[in-house]
Ligand binder design. Structure first.
Ligand code: C2O
Ligand code: CU
Length: 459
């Protein structure tokens, strides 16, 4: 983006509700400013039920934010290509490692096997080698998930350099057919670039969690989205290392959320703002029934002392040239509930800086052992001086209470913020799969430093 068009964007943004003059609208449509559509990963479906593709991880120069940057990419794309599969399919995905370091894949948000060729974070692919993942994606996975490397102690740098991509699972809930909308996947990622290079993390950035200077939407700062329908379905993924993104619309209209963390809600929820912790997803319907452009704004979240990054416009949304009908279904999906029956086990998990329950990750140690079918309650208490973002692999959890108060809606998440001093009480039903997996803080720097622990689920 040139400095001149940047200035134009910001002027428009400060005008908020005022319609832009025709000339400014034209300027906003300069092709170099259009929000990039992520390339879709080609999948071979010649064998019924199987979707087969390949991801090449490599360091190479790519265009990011209209600059040439030495990034780490999947198939030459920053962020990585969109993997689009359907519930009921088996994904066979070859990972070819052309990086100078070992890598692997975690399929964040997928309820699939954590063992064998599944979402197995224990295996590592050395430089120059490849590995083929293959796992069934059953019903219950529909929504926006994502993939990124998961090497213990060494995930933050590759993630910051660009190794992350969205994975969209299509389902067949009736509302999906009723919803006539412009459907977009928008990956939020921050980045710092010096010259052509992405600098290494500075030691002082580790404890707070690293944040980049550019706030990118699909790899571009302040792009423009020309909607082709009056109803926009914006599927947001926060693929940043540690930045929290709070999103609001400039016209102060609510957004209608239909899914959090890749799981459809029972019914739509109108929210004035969305807060996405690292790793989180939210799918929001935005109604563009006014001819004026709407800006999506970023606002900082004070998640620790003395932190400040200014608010800024992230994305300009232009309504469609010709309005289309808007209809938002009242019911979306049937959502499994944890329920009130007494759990099999209740546990306390204490979040400290770089540790869980006072211990750093030891991949050889099992921190929690349970069995398939168990229903457990975990009290996740933040004893640290900053917020942390709690993630569990394979199983979504239901938030039962935050500091003793039950949420107003069913909250099924695989990511949630735990504020300083807060206790998040969650219910987990370990259905479907056995194996060894992980739970951790999703600040990539914290996870690398040891804020991660091992969960073993016995058959
Ligand atoms: Cu997206 Cu273990 O994480
Ligand atoms: Cu943390």
């Amino acid at each position: 983006m040139t400095p001149i068009s940047r200035r134009r964007f910001l002027q428009g943004a400060s005008a908020l509700l005022l319609p832009l003059p025709e000339a400014a609208l034209q300027a906003a449509l300069e092709p170099d400013q259009a929000v990039p559509a992520l390339p879709e990963l080609p999948l071979d479906r010649s064998e019924p039920g199987l979707a087969e593709g390949r991801l090449v991880a490599e360091a190479r120069p790519v265009r990011i934010n209209s600059r040439t940057v030495e990034a780490w990419t999947y198939n030459g794309s920053y962020p990585g290509p969109l993997i689009r599969v359907r519930e009921g399919e088996t994904l066979r995905l070859s990972l070819i490692n052309r990086l100078p370091v070992a890598t692997n894949l975690h399929f964040h948000g997928l309820w699939v096997s954590p063992s064998g060729r599944g979402d197995n974070v224990w295996l590592q692919v050395p430089p120059g080698e490849s590995f083929t993942y293959e796992f069934a994606i059953p019903a219950g996975n529909a929504g926006l998930q994502w993939y990124h490397p998961h090497i213990h102690g060494a995930s933050a740098e590759p993630l910051f350099r660009g190794l992350a991509g969205p994975l969209l699972v299509e389902g067949d809930e009736a509302f999906e057919r009723e919803l006539v909308c412009d459907d977009r996947v928008l990956v939020l990622k921050d980045l710092t670039v010096e010259g052509r290079r992405i600098p290494r993390v500075r030691p002082t950035e580790v404890s707070a969690g690293r944040e980049g200077q550019w706030l990118l939407v699909n790899g571009m700062e302040q792009p423009v989205l020309q909607a082709n329908r009056t109803l926009l379905r914006a599927r947001f993924l926060n693929a940043s290392n540690s930045r929290y993104w709070k999103l609001r619309l400039s016209n102060e209209a609510p957004m209608t959320v239909v899914a959090f963390d890749g799981r459809t809600l029972e019914s739509p929820r109108e929210l004035q703002e969305l807060q996405l912790v690292p790793g989180a997803r939210a799918e929001a319907l935005i109604v563009l029934d006014n001819p004026a452009p709407v800006d999506l704004w970023y606002h900082p979240v004070p998640r620790r002392e003395m932190q400040f990054t200014g608010s800024r416009p992230l994305l300009r949304i232009l309504p469609p040239p010709v309005p289309t009908p808007v209809s938002i279904p009242g019911r979306l999906a049937r959502v499994p509930r944890f329920g009130a029956a007494p759990p099999d086990t209740e546990r306390d998990i204490v979040l400290g800086l770089f540790n869980l329950c006072g211990r750093f990750l030891d991949p050889a140690r099992v921190d929690i052992r349970t069995r398939v079918g168990a229903r457990e309650i975990w009290n996740v208490r933040n004893a640290d001086y900053m917020d942390h973002a709690f993630h569990l692999h394979t199983w979504h959890y239901e938030i039962l209470e935050l500091d003793g108060r039950a949420p107003a809606h069913v909250e099924r998440r695989d990511m949630h913020n735990v504020r300083i001093g807060e206790t998040m009480r969650i219910g987990i039903h370990f259905t479907g799969y056995s194996g060894r997996t992980l739970y951790h803080c999703h600040f990539a720097e914290h996870a690398d430093a040891g804020m991660m622990a091992v969960l073993q689920v016995d058959p």
